[in-house]
Design a protein around this ligand. Structure first.
Ligand code: ADP
Length: 938
């Protein structure tokens, strides 16, 4: 039997939090008595206290109690005691591990309000734009009530919008936007466009998803390069057809790499007719390796999908597509060549940072997740974050059944389909987690063979669009949902389905039906020139009741018939609506009529109608008349749906709740736990079971010899194997992979830490320049530093007056007095350095003064010069850093080989990067001074 974590439900609230929670509860009683205005004045008091003492610790319990009360008054949600504990954990700069559905979104409001008192900014980081928006809109009501303002960052926003939002007391933002804003800020030329304020406090939602899964690769801000040679990628892809596995190349599946053998090298050299694949001018090696990797290790519908003729990566952890990312170093282009889609240019890294180093910049960092314990060591070692498990509000009732292990894929998938068939016959809803798009579709086919109906949720765009709908219904009787990895989906699966979603859908259908029919009537009206006809009719009736001519009489009847036709159509629509909604109240019907009769209604698009409905769910008190009407109708519908919904929910609970099926053990236990955690929310019953096969990737690659033995024994029947050896191997295999991934991230972190020190220096210095109106003193400093360095270097060589004078003549753009240099030469090898320094300093100042004089002649010339020298220095920093990144990336690859020579690559890297950095700085100073002294007005 496999031991499964998640059994900490019996933990009680630890003593160290209990007394604080008691205190919060005491304050709650006091605050309940206060009016809204009195409550707000309490926040004002806390603000003043903070201003006086600059200490949040004395304010914790009052602030938490105020936030809880504000939540009750705005959202009708009262933080449970366990949520208060989680809030305290977050405020202590730790990770709160809370099971799915325990209300992490609400918990974040507690430490966010408290820390917002400092007015230094609080960032709540979520995994996608949708969640950031949802959480800001709903939780924003609590903050607004308390007098805090909230901001939201969404992709596509302008720098001005970003800046405004980041300046709020509390800002909701995704990790992606936040990190890119940081990188962009540090290459910006205009201080007005800097969007991020100084970092203060950060709460990361789904913290393991961001700080662990996504921290596997650095975040890269890149610029597209002109494409080198697309045909080379295509040719390399063709060449792979002439290479045989094992003879010409070997596959290293564990590291997702391909190694070309000597025979392979010869073969490619023959085909490409080149002397060597490593030729600097015409290198083939990387093209061939990437083409082979693309061919043998990266698969459509597993690692990527093709959308609009482009390769789009599928995130292996979340199952979501990542349209903004691409694989680096030519791999993406190799896959494009393989799939015969247009090849997009490779890009140059302009700036980059790892999540590890990025988030460590926050003086206070905290996080929330459903599954943090398994990565406890990494959180502690890398981020200095401790994980605390928060007890659930109600006891967990989920049953985790032991894994069933099958001998091969065929038996496993058949068993899964059969299991679904059995479970589904009782009506119990099922959620099946698969690891790839391809497998989700294969299972769907198998389910069809059993005539089971199902919904698929994977990275395919057509499915993603329906994501919230699919999840909302996944808890209904008989529903079967096949989903790829569910991490970070952020929507609850509720037993019996999500009633709010259900009623929104009902009202949406009614409104859209009414709108379509009304539009048809309106169109008819327009086509018959309806208003003209009405006027005509009025005129005719007014002119004479007894028509003088037959023609007029004829016109009169025609006009009347058109109007009657339209009226009867309208009546018919009303009747249809009445029959559609006959089970709802009479008031519902009259409110519906008032909404559809409003002339603005016809102008709404379907999307707008949907938005209004969804928005209504999030506003506390409707203020506009249409909001009130919609709220009324939704509430009315709820009263009709609630009872059957409760009954269905109870029936499903009696069945045993949601049944979660895992179709293979994931590479990380955490991801398995995330899937399991989808059922049994808030004390509901639930069931989880994993189906495993001996030839699953995890066991095949990391299972060890014992698994091979099992596979060797010709197991003929299809029944599952239960063996302690197997169970242990599975867990060990997962641990091995986790350890491997951790080591990779640790190495990435260690290498980036070296670069990080330099990045901090560069960004710090650059920021100082950016905020200055004149950088004259810096330029003078650079020049003097340059002169000193040059002369000190010369000291170690034989003095060569010509060399020295040439260098300075070129740099300073002026004649150097050779005679004076001769005079300063005390003996053939010695120069009086101090005197030389003074001489060149003076020459340098004179050159600089001369530039100022030249530019001052023109009207605004001096201002132009000031701005020019600043731009030169700022872009110098950008280019220096870009170049440094490129060189250090090559160096990182190069030092790996030195481990064969008993040298530690990291130490080697550290040593050489420091030297490189110094060189880069020297080049930067030289180029800046050179350009400034040599620029002229044309
Ligand atoms: P998690 O992120 O922990 O999975 P969510 O923040 O999505 O959970 O919350 C799950 C559900 O629980 C939401 O519908 C939320 O409104 C509800 N909820 C959270 N806290 C409370 C509370 N104190 N009282 C009642 N409902 C709550």
């Amino acid at each position: 039997m496999i031991k499964i974590p998640f059994k900490n439900e019996s933990i009680r609230i630890p003593k160290r939090y209990k007394s604080l929670i008691d205190e919060i509860n005491q304050f709650e009683k006091l605050f309940q008595e206060l009016t809204d205005t009195e409550l707000r004045s309490k926040i004002f008091e806390l603000n003043n206290e903070y201003q006086k003492h600059q200490d949040l610790n004395n304010l914790i319990t009052r602030s938490f109690a105020l936030t809880r009360e504000a939540s009750v008054r705005t959202l009708g949600l009262r933080h449970f005691n366990v949520q208060l504990m989680a809030g305290l954990v977050l405020n202590n700069g730790k990770i709160a591990e809370m099971k799915t559905g325990e209300g992490k979104t609400l918990v974040a409001t507690l430490p966010a309000s408290l820390n917002a008192l400092s007015k230094k900014g609080v960032h709540v980081v979520t995994v996608n734009d949708y969640l950031a928006n949802r959480d800001q809109v709903s939780m924003g009501q609590i903050f607004r009530f308390l007098g805090f303002n909230t901001g939201i960052i969404q992709s596509g926003m302008t720098p001005i919008e970003r800046k405004k939002n980041y300046n709020s007391d509390i800002t909701y933002v995704t990790n992606y936007e936040l990190t890119f804003d940081y990188l962009r800020d540090n290459i910006e030329f205009n201080p007005q466009n800097i969007v991020l304020p100084a970092f203060n406090y950060c709460i990361v939602d789904e913290v393991d998803s961001i700080l662990i899964d996504e921290a596997q690769t650095p975040i890269i801000l890149a610029e597209a390069n002109a494409i080198e040679s697309p045909e080379k990628y295509v040719f390399a892809s063709e060449i792979t057809r002439y290479l045989e596995i094992d003879t010409h190349y070997k596959i290293d599946e564990k590291n997702k790499n391909v190694i070309i053998t000597e025979l392979g090298v010869e073969q490619v050299e023959k085909i490409t007719q080149t002397e060597t694949l490593f030729d600097r001018e015409n290198p083939w090696m990387s093209f061939i390796t990437n083409a082979l990797r693309a061919e043998t290790l990266f698969f459509k519908d597993i690692n990527y999908i093709i959308q609009d003729n482009r390769i789009v990566i599928v995130d292996e952890f979340t199952g979501r597509i990542m349209p903004d990312r691409s694989w680096g170093e030519g791999l993406h282009q190799a896959i494009e060549a393989k799939e015969k889609v247009p090849i997009h240019p490779k890009s140059t890294t302009v700036a980059s940072i790892t999540y590890q180093n990025f988030f460590l910049m926050y003086p206070k960092l905290s996080g929330m997740t459903g599954t943090g314990k398994t990565s406890e060591v990494e959180f502690d070692k890398i981020y200095r974050l401790r994980v605390e498990t928060i007890p659930t509000n109600k006891p967990i009732q989920r049953k985790d059944l032991p894994d069933l292990v099958y001998k091969d894929q065929f038996s496993k998938w058949n068993a899964i389909a059969k299991f679904c068939n059995n479970i589904s016959s009782t009506g119990q809803p099922i959620l099946i987690g698969t690891t790839t798009v391809e497998k989700s579709e294969m299972l769907a086919q198998l389910l069809s063979e059993y005539q089971l109906s199902y919904q698929i949720l994977n990275a395919k765009p057509e499915n993603v669009r329906r994501e919230s709908e699919i999840i909302a219904q996944a808890g209904q009787t008989n529903s079967i949902t096949v989903a790829t990895n569910m991490a970070g989906r952020g929507t609850d699966i509720i037993l019996g389905g999500n009633i709010n979603f259900l009623i929104q859908k009902e009202l949406y259908n009614i409104l859209v039906f009414a709108k379509t029919e009304l539009t048809k009537i309106q169109l008819k009206k327009n086509s018959d020139n309806f208003s003209k006809i009405v006027n005509l009719l009025n005129k005719l009736e007014f002119e004479n009741q007894f028509f003088q001519s037959e023609i007029k009489l004829f016109e009169y009847f025609k006009a009347r018939s058109i109007i009657q036709q339209n009226q009867s159509k309208y009546q018919k629509l009303i009747q249809t609506l009445q029959s559609l909604t006959k089970c709802y109240s009479q008031k519902f019907f009259s409110v519906l009529l008032s909404v559809i009769n409003d002339e603005k209604f016809l102008k709404l698009s379907d999307i707008n109608i949907l938005r209004i409905l969804q928005e209504n769910d999030r506003i506390a008190i409707p203020t506009l008349s249409y909001q009130c009407a919609i709220r009324f109708m939704l509430n009315d519908l709820k009263s009709y749906f609630q009872k059957p919904h409760n009954q269905e929910s109870q029936i499903i609970k009696n069945f045993g709740g949601l049944c979660v099926i895992g179709t293979e053990r994931n590479e990380s236990r955490r991801v398995d736990d995330q899937l399991r955690g989808r059922c049994g929310r808030q004390g509901d019953p639930g069931l989880s079971r994993f189906f495993v096969s001996l030839d699953d990737n995890l066991l095949r690659l990391f299972g060890g010899d014992k698994i091979q033995n099992f596979m060797g024994n010709d197991l003929l029947d299809n029944s599952p194997i239960e063996s302690s050896v197997l169970s242990k191997s599975l867990t060990n295999a997962q641990k091995k992979v986790e350890e491997r991934a951790y080591q990779q991230r640790k190495t990435l972190f260690e290498y980036d830490a070296i670069l990080n020190r330099q990045r901090n220096i560069i960004y710090f210095e650059r920021k100082i320049l950016l905020n200055k109106s004149s950088i004259e003193s810096d330029i003078l400093g650079y020049g003097e530093q340059l002169i000193c360095n040059f002369l000190t270097n010369q000291q170690n060589k034989t003095f060569n007056i010509l060399e020295i004078s040439k260098f300075f003549e070129y740099l300073l753009h002026r004649k150097i007095d050779l005679k004076l240099l001769e005079r300063l030469k005390e003996d053939p090898n010695e120069m009086n350095i101090e005197e030389l320094k003074i001489y060149f300093f003076q020459e340098f100042w004179l050159s600089y003064e001369a530039q100022l004089d030249i530019f001052s002649i023109f009207g605004e010339g001096l201002d132009i010069f000031r701005s020019f020298e600043k731009q030169i220095a700022l872009s110098g920093y950008n280019l220096m850093w870009q170049d440094h990144l490129e060189k250090t990336s090559l160096l990182r690859d190069a030092v790996q080989w030195r481990s064969y020579g008993q040298k530690n690559p990291l130490t080697e890297y550290n040593r050489e990067v420091s030297i490189m950095f110094q060189k880069q700085q020297e080049i930067f100073v030289y180029l800046t001074i050179f350009i400034i002294l040599n620029v002229s007005i044309v």
